[in-house]
Design a protein. Structure first.
Length: 68
């Protein structure tokens, strides 16, 4: 959703719930977690995105140099 942030800022969460229902919740008990994540995201589970988020957040908060 290219306008994800704007829609959430306006209080619209229905589009996200609908997407989750159609793409994730409907299949939650059909696939193993790793398979469901790969099916929804197009790649196997990885911690890289979470690590990037944490590095960016705490680098800004504590004025640290960017992680390499």
């Amino acid at each position: 959703f290219p306008d994800f942030d704007e829609r959430l800022a306006q209080g619209d969460t229905n589009f996200a719930w609908q997407w989750l229902r159609e793409n994730l919740y409907e299949y939650g008990s059909t696939y193993l977690p790793d398979d469901l994540i790969a099916r929804v995201t197009g790649e196997p589970p990885t911690t890289a995105y979470f690590a990037d988020y944490l590095n960016a957040k705490y680098s800004e908060v504590y004025q640290l140099p960017p992680a390499e």
